[in-house]
Design a protein around this ligand. Structure first.
Ligand code: ADP
Length: 177
């Protein structure tokens, strides 16, 4: 059975409402539930998610770990840790952010996920400028899709219409980072 053709979509939504196999969380390296999208995912998944995260210990910046999704509609949550913009030289920010997307996509592939939703990693409290961060996200997803069959439905889930507009423009421009 062959996979359906790859599809990249930009939506404006609360990521916890999406019906996808994998929801990606913008976690902190201690894997302790925080604010922003991490808080929303933990509230929607229920307290078992925080216990599963605690059981994994730590996750270094740029890496990713997986847990069940508990009360969410998704099967798994993949937690990845974006770099804090102010704590790294610019070139390391892009390298580490790219690594978040690559590692999350690799784990989703290994867990046989067909669909995955990403929040705009690192662009909230961690302060990464979204105009460049969305180019990193799109470049890494396109590179993954060029070599791997899964996940073939990728959703960039933005919390505001202005963020979604930046992602859509970046998808159309096909400019790398
Ligand atoms: P980080 O600490 O990696 O910067 P944040 O959670 O502060 O993570 O923000 C990352 C992005 O997630 C921001 O663009 C923020 O607006 C967005 N966001 C916050 N809550 C949600 C949600 N429920 N669904 C989708 N995106 C969200």
């Amino acid at each position: 059975m062959s996979a359906s053709p790859a599809r990249i979509e930009v939506v404006r939504a609360d990521i916890t409402t999406l019906e996808v196999d994998v929801i990606v969380n913008a976690a902190n390296s201690r894997l302790v539930p925080g604010g922003g999208v991490d808080g929303a995912i933990n509230r929607a998944a229920g307290p078992d998610l925080a216990k599963a995260m605690a059981g994994l210990g730590r996750c270094p910046t740029g890496e990713a770990v997986v847990t069940p999704a508990f009360k969410l509609k998704a099967k798994h949550v993949i937690h990845t840790v974006a770099p804090v913009y102010a704590q790294h030289p610019e070139k390391d920010v892009w390298r580490l952010l790219g690594s978040c997307y690559r590692n999350a996509l690799g784990l989703a592939h290994d867990h046989k996920a067909h669909s995955i939703a990403f929040p705009s990693l690192g662009t909230g409290v961690y302060g990464i400028p979204i105009a460049q961060a969305c180019k990193v996200a799109i470049t890494e997803v396109q590179a993954h899709l060029a070599t791997k069959p899964r996940p073939h439905h990728i959703v960039f889930c933005c919390f505001s219409e202005s963020d979604a507009a930046l992602y859509r423009a970046a998808l159309e421009s096909k400019e790398g980072y």
